[in-house]
Design a protein around this ligand. Structure first.
Ligand code: GDP
Length: 295
C-alpha cells in the first residue's frame, strides 16, 4: 500500500517521544530531524520538506508544547494539521458550468492513467445523474481511441471520435454533439507523450484557447514521485491547470507526489485513482489523506 515507509518512519519518531514524558528542546530537535528524513525518503520535494519542518518545529518549540501533559500527542496533532494544510485544507470540486455542457479537459503524460481515469471520472458523474460524453482527442495512437471506446462501453457512456481529425476540430464538434444530444458534461481525452514536449504543449494550448474548457485536470502517476511533481509543474506553466488527478495510489507510491503537488504548483489534487477497475476513483480529501499517512 502507498505511504507504508513514511507512515512507519513517522510513527517511529512519535513513539520515541511518547516514551519520554517531558520533552527537552533536544528531543524535539531529534524528532524534527527524523520527520525531515522520513519525508525526504518518501520523495517529497526538498523545499517542501524544508518549509514543512520549519512550520512544524516553530509550532512545537513553544513552551505550551514542552510543558503540556502529553507533548508527544500535541506534536502528532501539529504534524497532522500541517500535513492537511500542505495538501490544501479541503476537497476541491469540479466547477460545473451554468451553461451546459461542462467541458473537462484531461491532460497528462502517456501511461499516467489519463484515459482510464478520465473514464472513471465520467462514471462518477454519471452515478450522480449527469449525462457525460467521452471524447477521443488523442489522434496519434489508434489504440487510444479503441481503449476509450472499450472503457466507455463498460461504463455505458457514449464516446465521440473522428479518427485522426485535428483535435481542436474534434473537441468543437464533440461539444456541438453534446449540446444536441443532451450531454451535460464533456470529457476530452487528449494525447500524451512520454515526456513534456513543446509540440504536445502547443497542441494542448490551442485546444484550451479554442475550446475554453471549464476545467483542465492533469493526470499524474503517484508511483513516479518527483517526476510526477516535475510534470505537474511543467503542465501548469504551459496550461495553467485547475487541478490534479493523482493515480495509482493503490500501489507502493512513497507519498512524494501527494505531499508536494499543491505546494509546488499551487494547484490542488482533486481526485485520486485507487485501482485499475473503473469505479476505483475518489474525491481527494486532504484530512483523510493525512490520517492515512499518520496511520
Ligand atoms: P494514459 O496513457 O495516460 O491514457 O494511461 P491509461 O489510462 O492507459 O493507463 C495506463 C495504465 O495504468 C493502465 O494499465 C491502467 O489500467 C493503469 N491505471 C490507471 N489508473 C490506475 C490506478 O489508479 N491504479 C492502478 N493500479 N492502475 C491504474
Amino acid at each position: 500500500m502507498a505511504f507504508e515507509g513514511l507512515t512507519a518512519k513517522l510513527n517511529a519518531a512519535f513513539k520515541k517521544l511518547r516514551g519520554k514524558g517531558r520533552l527537552s528542546e533536544s528531543d524535539i530537535k531529534e524528532a524534527m530531524r527524523e520527520i525531515r528524513l522520513a519525508l525526504l525518503e518518501a520523495d517529497v520535494s526538498y523545499k517542501v520538506v524544508k518549509d514543512f519542518v520549519k512550520s512544524v518545529s516553530e509550532r512545537c518549540s513553544g513552551q505550551d508544547v514542552m510543558e503540556s501533559l502529553t507533548p508527544a500527542q500535541t506534536i502528532v496533532k501539529i504534524v497532522n494539521e500541517e500535513l492537511i494544510r500542505l495538501m490544501g485544507s479541503e476537497n476541491q470540486r469540479i466547477s460545473i458550468s451554468p451553461k451546459p455542457p461542462t467541458v473537462v479537459m484531461l491532460v497528462g503524460l502517456q501511461g499516467a492513467g489519463k484515459t482510464t481515469n478520465g473514464a472513471k471520472l465520467a462514471g462518477l458523474f454519471k452515478k450522480q445523474g449527469k449525462r457525460p460524453l467521452l471524447v477521443a482527442c488523442d489522434i496519434y495512437r489508434p489504440a487510444a481511441i479503441k481503449q476509450l471506446e472499450v472503457v466507455g462501453g463498460q461504463l455505458g457512456i457514449p464516446v465521440f471520435q473522428m479518427g485522426q481529425e485535428n483535435p481542436v476540430k474534434i473537441a468543437k464538434a464533440a461539444i456541438r454533439h453534446a449540446q444536441q444530444h443532451g450531454n451535460d458534461m464533456v470529457f476530452l481525452d487528449t494525447a500524451g507523450r512520454l515526456h513534456v514536449d513543446e509540440a504536445l504543449m502547443n497542441e494542448l494550448k490551442s485546444i484550451k484557447a479554442e475550446v475554453q474548457p471549464n476545467e483542465i485536470l492533469l493526470v499524474v502517476d503517484a508511483m513516479t514521485g518527483q517526476d510526477a511533481v516535475n510534470a505537474a509543474q511543467s503542465f501548469n506553466e504551459w496550461l495553467d491547470i485547475d487541478g490534479v488527478m493523482l493515480t495509482k495510489l493503490d500501489g507502493d507510491a512513497r507519498g512524494g507526489a501527494a505531499l508536494s503537488v499543491k505546494a509546488v504548483t499551487g494547484k490542488p489534487i482533486k481526485f485520486i485513482g485507487t485501482g485499475e477497475k473503473l469505479d476505483m476513483i475518489e474525491p481527494f480529501h486532504p484530512e483523510r489523506m493525512a490520517s492515512r499517512i499518520l496511520g
